[in-house]
Design a protein around this ligand. Structure first.
Ligand code: GLY
Length: 326
């Protein structure tokens, strides 16, 4: 049994590990771990306490994938519900669909009795207010929220530096592999933007025959490169998990234009090996690792790989600009 989660998964990995040790299925263990992260208001990129979009609203994305059936469930741009991972699992188990978004996702969440709640924590509201006051010009404030948002979207690149989203990969005692993701996406994103977290094949993929992969960081890059599916497919074609991740990084080198930023690729194979690489990451990027027999999950540093020169337009702005006084 093994669990890998990113830096943001700290609050959840002990729960996931405990459930796996108790013989629970990976789907249950991953959902429970992700829910812990979604509940933690100090995790600024997941669930309650996550960063809002340009309009100051928190929109959540999540997915879960069962590597033994290849069934998936995902929700995107969901507002007003505290645990999108559980709603994603309900999609998988109760609908003939794999992904639902926006109003339809909220309608479904209500229908299955999901827990509703205010997602905007006080610190996020204050940070957004500070951004609005300092960055939105008076003419646009006068017509807000009907102002054009395109320029604000370009100028307000992800305020979070070096960490975002949560991803969990787990193999249970039956060798079934599960992948789960949950995120509020970029802070100050264009309303309705989906990242890679709900896009199976980009932000996550699991196939119990080979392994699983999940990504954090700039979902725009992994969507273009099909990263999570690629890693698992490379393993299917005979590569080790080490080489499969390397090849997926090489795929990213082909990306031209658009947003080139940072991505962390987390991958496991079906024999208990793993690799975590922070593409364009920063020293100190880490993840959490647990396998059966370990008393506690342990933090490990991700490998750093640079694939591009820093491009000034892609540099994240310092969050301190907007959090002063909060
Ligand atoms: N990787 C999360 C996102 O792009 O929203």
């Amino acid at each position: 049994m093994i669990v890998i989660t990113n830096n943001e998964g700290k609050a959840g990995i002990p729960v996931t590990a405990r459930l796996l040790e108790a013989g629970k299925p990976g789907l249950e263990a991953v959902e429970a771990g992700v829910r812990m992260v979604e509940s933690d208001p100090e995790v600024r990129t997941v669930g309650h306490g996550g960063w809002p979009n340009l309009l100051g609203e928190v929109e959540l994305d999540a997915s879960i994938m069962c590597g033994s059936t290849l069934r998936t469930g995902a929700v995107g741009a969901l507002k007003g519900y505290l645990h999108p991972i559980s709603i994603a699992r309900e999609v998988m188990e109760r609908l003939p669909h794999e992904i639902i978004v926006g109003e339809g996702a909220a309608r479904f969440a209500h229908e299955v009795g999901a827990e509703a709640g205010d997602l905007l924590a006080d610190h996020s509201r204050q940070a957004w207010n500070n951004w609005y006051a300092s960055e939105v010009n008076q003419a646009d404030q006068d017509i807000w929220p009907n102002a054009a948002l395109i320029d604000y979207c370009h100028n307000a690149v992800d305020p979070e530096i070096g960490k975002d989203t949560t991803v969990f990969l787990a193999q249970d005692e039956h060798m079934d592999i599960t992948a789960g993701t949950s995120t509020s996406g970029w802070g100050w994103k264009y309303p309705g933007r989906l990242g890679d977290s709900p896009i199976i094949g980009a932000g996550s993929y699991a196939d119990s025959r080979y392994g699983a992969c999940a990504c954090t960081g700039a979902g725009e890059m992994t969507i273009r490169a099909g990263t999570a599916r690629a890693v698992v497919l490379y393993m299917k074609m005979g590569m080790s998990v080490q080489d499969a991740v390397e090849e997926a990084v090489n795929d990213m080198r082909a990306l031209k234009g658009g947003l080139i930023s940072r991505v962390t690729i987390h991958a496991i194979d079906n024999a208990g090996n793993h690799r975590v690489v922070a593409v364009n990451g920063i020293p100190g990027n880490f993840y959490w690792y647990w396998k059966s027999g370990m008393e506690q999950p342990e933090a490990r540093f991700a490998e750093l790989i640079q694939i591009t020169e820093d491009q000034p337009q892609n540099k994240p702005i310092a969050m301190s600009v907007y959090t002063q006084g909060t």
